[in-house]
Design a protein around this ligand. Sequence first.
Ligand SMILES: Nc1ncnc2c1ncn2[C@@H]1O[C@H](COP(=O)(O)OP(=O)(O)OP(=O)(O)O)[C@@H](O)[C@H]1O
Length: 226
Amino acid sequence: MLYLKNLIYHPTATPTAILKSINLELAPQQMGLIIGPSGSGKSTLLEILAGLAEKTSGDILWREQELTPAHLQQLGGLVFQFPERHFCGATILEELRLGHPELGTEKVNQALTEVGLGHLSLQTSPHSLSGGQQRRLALAVQLIRQPYLLLLDEPTAGLDWSMRRQLVNLLARLKDHWSLLIVTHDAGDLLAIADRCWTLNHGELQSVDPQVLEMNAKQPQSVVQS
Ligand SMILES: Nc1ncnc2c1ncn2[C@@H]1O[C@H](COP(=O)(O)OP(=O)(O)OP(=O)(O)O)[C@@H](O)[C@H]1O
């Protein structure tokens, strides 16, 4: 169980805090969805939860244990927006083994099967994959490290309708084994698989019912301010 208690991020250079007393709870095997417009603080929150930036104050706990950035780097697996832009390996195998050369073929195949890419040759270049397959590979890169929490920044951005659907179905399946926290400015079909949902506006997080949001999304006016 992940708990954020009164989490504040306020760099000295900014007149107001970027994240303002964030409170959030996410249970294992739940998918949490944070929806907010550009500049609301979504990526900053993910960076803190991935241990890449340090909070100003407040608590981040896993069960009862207070987590440091080092713990968070172990616990979380962050998939950036447009992860395919960060691929470094010449082959799928190289990409999956980056930083973990000791990983055996069994683990590699397990991670690829988990994301529906088990049929591909390990010698395939990541750059030759379709957009949807590249997103799956980026997920496999994180899953192979066996994180407790998967953190995803705009996972469906730039995908066409059919690839979006496939990725949403995959994320729904991954919930069986992992906790997922997704940030997006456009919830779209992610709402249907969310267990918890929040809006983030100017660094303020507010809990909302995903079903109510889904109904609102079908109305002309959305709950998320732009
Ligand atoms: N270390 C920092 N110092 C100063 N300002 C910062 C710092 N980190 C983030 N910001 C500012 O905080 C705000 C929130 O940024 P963030 O990237 O988290 O928003 P976002 O919701 O992810 O936006 P987008 O959807 O466009 O990626 C921005 O105005 C950004 O410039």
